[in-house]
Write a protein that binds this ligand. Structure first.
Ligand code: SF4
Ligand code: SF4
Length: 306
């Protein structure tokens, strides 16, 4: 029996680390575990997916998880992002966790998702407990671990190992373990149906085929087309100007990696929210704290359901 878990997040939210925490926790409990992420050009806010397989026997499957037993969605705006494919392969037997301030019933009323839904506002918990934006990887891992039936102690040990590998201080790790344990206890359980997803026939291993070296790779040749991709839907937090604090230094303009800040004639920034991906670099670099991060209410499914 394989438990197949697929994580969807935005670059910087920790979907990859969450999948590692889950895999490590399973490994600690004596299972065979496999985890892997997939993302394109690494970019904060861009859709990211990660996959964890857990089994008692050697796992011969590789690659993407097409029919997950559990889907963990770190940002509700991913649900209707065609690039994220967050709902692919979900049916009535799939357990689905969404990081959302809405209850499962409220969310379901708006989104009508297939699957067995449960929600929790991990972003708010992280803000309250850590005062940081987006530090939810361990919380995602804890919730996923509970939903697939792993022990809390294993999750906490896995959090310690994975966060230590990332160079976090012992005090931060300890605090994270405590908050993750609270999320583990609090998440509303939904039934996990793994039995019906076993492959009907043994998995066929195939040798890869390679193109000859004379064959070229795809490339983008059209110029100035980034305007076509509205990355505003990537935001979890939006930068907002407090005009009275702005001294017109232009640093936000200089630091914005996507060039979505323009300056007015009186040296005040104007943000193109259709393309601001919410990386918060401008907020961090502003010397007068004239830019503040506000949680993106549009990130809830309510915005997408309009
Ligand atoms: S960095 Fe801050 S103070 Fe400087 S222009 Fe931007 S918002 Fe104003
Ligand atoms: S405006 Fe700020 S938050 Fe938006 S992309 Fe630029 S630096 Fe990032």
């Amino acid at each position: 029996m394989i438990r197949a878990v697929r994580f969807h997040g935005r670059g910087g939210q920790g979907a990859k680390t969450a999948s590692r925490i889950l895999g490590t926790a399973a490994f600690i409990e004596g299972f065979v575990a496999q985890d892997s992420p997939i993302y394109g050009a690494e970019r904060r806010g861009a859709p990211v997916a990660a996959f964890t397989r857990i089994a008692k026997e050697p796992i011969r499957e590789r690659g993407l998880i097409a029919c997950p037993d559990l889907v963990v969605i770190a940002d509700a705006s991913l649900i209707h992002d065609p690039a994220a494919h967050a709902l692919d392969g979900i049916d009535d037997r799939t357990a689905v966790f969404v990081n959302s301030p809405l209850t499962g019933e409220q969310f379901q009323a708006l989104a009508s998702l297939p699957g067995r839904l449960t929600t929790m506002d991990l972003t708010d918990i992280a803000l309250q407990q850590f005062g940081k934006r987006g530090a939810i990887s361990a919380l995602l891992g804890a919730v996923a671990g509970r939903l697939v039936g792993l022990r809390q102690e294993s999750i906490c040990e896995a959090i310690a190992r994975e966060l230590a590998d990332l160079g976090l201080a012992a005090s931060v790790i300890e605090r994270t373990q405590t908050v993750a344990a609270q999320c583990y206890e609090a998440v509303q359980m939904v039934a996990l149906d793994t039995s019906s997803r076993e492959p009907a026939a043994p998995v066929q291993l195939r040798a890869p085929t390679y193109e000859p070296p004379t064959r070229g790779t795809a490339r983008i040749s059209a110029a100035a087309n980034s305007i076509l991709r509205e990355t505003g839907g990537w935001r979890t937090f939006r930068p907002v100007l407090v005009p009275d604090k702005c001294n017109g230094c232009w640093l936000c303009f200089a630091y914005c990696p996507d060039g979505v800040i323009s300056m007015t004639k009186d040296d005040r920034p104007v943000i193109d929210y259709d393309h601001c991906k919410g990386c918060q670099i401008c907020v961090q670099e502003c010397p007068t704290e004239a830019l503040v991060a506000e949680r993106e209410k549009e990130g809830t499914v309510a915005w997408k359901a309009k």
